[in-house]
Write a protein that binds this ligand. Structure first.
Ligand SMILES: [Zn+2]
Length: 506
């Protein structure tokens, strides 16, 4: 019997329209750029979407996996025209050269913005459709923070959003996308979708699914999924730092029949709108947060989380407001990191382990969020910056932060890294000989993902309001392209009513 040929591809970026560093092709090369067979080496046995695709398909005798192109870069500023077009061109050419495909599994983020394209995922799907035609099924995975557009739905109704934040179910959604592909191809099943875009862009600070409003939303989505007619219900919080007309929250339900999809989508959208105020959080200032932390007596470390400079929310990872506070209070058993500073790492490398060097750390990308800090530092350890995540978030994935230096500034331990990377996995510290659990106080460049690995190791998290590009205060940003009426920038009247958009299977 002729095998079913299913292509696998991955194009991943979350773009911050107001972040200073544009995302060029080198950023994709740094993070992950794999073609053909390289994809198996990079993703087999990883807890990623592609890991999920591979695990499902490799066990099906009738399927031949066709690895195409995978490109991912760390969240950052808008993607340059050149980088997007190069990747799009290579992906299309891989698809053309692959010969007849029967299906395509595509891992997307869903919040990419290109210098001159508001909705690149729609464009990518459109270009792929122009090669594959309209009859070949395409299934995608999307981040919970995807700014999903109706345009994307025009090209395929099969999209699977992450249901956890921290996103520890990327793999599971990859599995689901692969399973629907097999049902479509092997069992002839066809599904309908309902999509509702909401006029709101909630900040992600209080979007964890362990508790709070997003917990309630996912609980409702899961309840709908227990209905036999519903295949999948996704709740998208959106990514509010993308200055685009299709920014913001949405819900998407895939079902056996249109009516079931519509009912579930409406109920989810109504609940989402009703809960919106609960996504707003007031955070203490850096000084106040530090004062609170120093008064607490805990057996495990307390984390001060520098959310406004979280690299996974496009922070440059080198703002100095919270860092200065750590150096000012100069307490023993305190650790700050990972602070992006390739220049200082180079100086440490030249000076050597054990040496004392004068450095100006951090503050190089956006001095408006804090100038570099002059310090005298002792170099404790150096590394090439390569480690493997212990998980559960992105478990087993190889990470390369392009060099690292463990330095001591008086009583404060600091980890310098060569490129922006959230401290989401303790291996970032352990690989260079730092044991995060041996400290009382950790200052981390993180938001929520780190809690998947760190929650068992720490006593509590204090999110602080430092200046930075990923501030949770959305009114700080000079939006130009978002809809005029969108919450929370404006208080608006909205009822879900007939806002439902229906999409056919094939
Ligand atoms: Zn996300």
């Amino acid at each position: 019997m002729k095998k079913l040929r299913i292509g696998i591809a991955f194009f991943y970026h979350e773009s911050h329209s107001f972040a200073p560093i544009k995302t060029d092709i080198q950023a994709f090369y740094n993070e992950g750029y794999f073609k053909g067979e390289e994809i198996f080496t990079a993703y087999t046995q990883t807890k990623t979407e592609v890991g999920g695709f591979l695990d499902v398909l490799k066990n099906v005798a009738q399927v031949e996996i066709i690895p195409l192109l995978c490109a991912a870069a760390t969240p950052s500023g808008t993607v340059t025209k050149e980088a997007y077009r190069q990747i799009e061109k290579e992906m299309i050419s891989e698809i053309e050269q692959a010969g007849q495909l029967d299906g395509l599994l595509l891992a997307l983020h869903g919040a990419m913005v290109v210098e001159d394209i508001f909705d690149p995922e729609e464009q990518l799907l459109r270009k792929i459709r122009s090669v594959l035609g309209t009859q070949i099924p395409i299934a995608t995975t999307l981040d919970m923070h995807a700014n999903v557009s109706a345009g994307m739905l025009e090209h395929t109704p099969y999209h699977f959003g992450f249901k956890t934040y921290p996103h520890v179910d990327m793999y599971d959604q990859g599995v689901k996308a692969a399973e629907i592909m097999l049902e479509h191809l092997l069992e002839g099943k066809r599904y309908q979708a309902s999509f509702i875009k909401l006029p709101m862009m909630p900040p992600s600070i209080n979007m964890r699914t362990q508790e709070g409003p997003m917990h309630d939303m996912i609980e409702l989505a899961t309840k709908h999924e227990s209905n036999e007619s519903i295949k999948n219900a996704s709740v998208f919080g959106g990514f509010p730092y993308s200055d685009i007309p299709m920014v913001g929250a949405s819900v998407l339900v895939i079902a056996k029949d249109q009516q079931s999809a519509n009912i579930a989508a409406r109920e989810l959208a109504e609940k989402f709108w009703e809960l919106r105020q609960e996504f707003i959080m007031q955070l203490p200032s850096v000084n106040k947060g530090m004062e609170m932390a120093l008064l607490m007596q805990e057996a495990k470390p307390i984390v001060l989380a520098d959310v406004s400079d979280n690299p996974l929310s496009c922070g440059s990872g080198d703002t100095t407001n919270l860092l200065k506070e750590f150096i000012r209070v100069n307490q023993p058993k305190t650790l700050f990191g990972g602070l992006t500073d390739p220049e200082s790492i180079e100086k440490c490398r030249k000076a050597g382990i054990g040496a004392t060097v004068k450095l100006e750390i951090g503050g190089k990308t956006s001095p408006e969020f804090g100038y570099p800090v002059e310090v005298k530092a002792k170099v404790i350890a150096l590394s090439d910056g390569v480690f493997y995540n212990s998980g559960p978030f992105n478990q087993h994935l190889r990470v390369d932060v392009k060099g690292a230096a463990y330095i001591k500034v008086d009583k404060v331990d600091i980890l310098l890294i060569g490129r922006p990377m959230s401290a989401n996995d303790p291996e970032m510290f352990r690989h260079i000989g730092i044991e995060p659990t041996s400290y009382n106080l950790l200052g981390l460049k993180v938001k929520n993902h780190f809690r998947a690995a760190f929650d068992p190791l720490i006593s509590r998290v204090i999110y602080v309001d430092a200046p930075g590009v990923a501030s949770h205060e959305l009114k700080n940003f000079p939006y130009k392209n978002i809809p005029e009426d969108i919450w929370p920038l404006k208080d608006i009247d909205f009822t879900v009513g007939e806002e439902v958009e229906s999409y056919d299977g094939y």
